[in-house]
Design a protein around this ligand. Sequence first.
Ligand code: ZN
Ligand code: FE
Length: 256
Amino acid sequence: MADLEIRSVPVLSDNYVHLVHDPEEGACAIVDPAVADPVLAELKRLDWRPTHIFCTHHHNDHIGGVLDIKRATGCTVVGAAADRHRIPGIDQAVVEGDVVKLGHHTARVFEVPGHTSGHIAYWFGNAHALLCGDTLFSLGCGRLFEGTPAQMWASLCKLRKLPDATRVYFGHEYTKGNVDFALTLEPDNQALRARAEEVGRLREAGRPTVPSLLGSEKAANPFLRADVADFRNAAGLADRDAVAVFAEIRGRKDRF
Ligand code: ZN
Ligand code: FE
């Protein structure tokens, strides 16, 4: 079985559209097409024929190009059953534990409410790739528009269980701002300082910080560390439970 090839296309001010390609079968999924034209142009350049659109959630900066791409290519639109009414052109409605085929590969669906109530993530286990939209960012997480801190914390814990070698394909280039915030909480965390240096180098060179490694996120991302003693002590939050710690740091980030 040939490896999946994944390209991340920067669009709008800071969004990423990810292209997931199985070269053997010629299948290709477009994940969260915010816009159509730049995505179709990149697919043409790569000579990849789109067969699917995978939607993580209904926000316009993730679905804006869905209908135009579907019209142009006839590809199948996959999205959360819970969001059937607000994912345009949805053909395949999926729930927790469903397995979506892409050529020889399969992605498992996780329901990860918090940023929105119907948010889902796609995990290609054999290819060690997680497409997580606006739930998990490098050193950050999505804002809580439609969910509670308890829901988002549970969603992040679900993703945290995946193997360290998982490459995380997130929806926005927010990493530099996230680094600055994370360092206010845990300035002596060596994994965070190493990632901060790497992010500084990448951004100076005009390069994306996507994908990141889940193992590095577990060690450095404050929003995956609300129940970790080292983090709670460093942040001065040792007396609260994990959900309260998560809620506190999410609130601080909103005001940062
Ligand atoms: Zn969003
Ligand atoms: Fe977004």
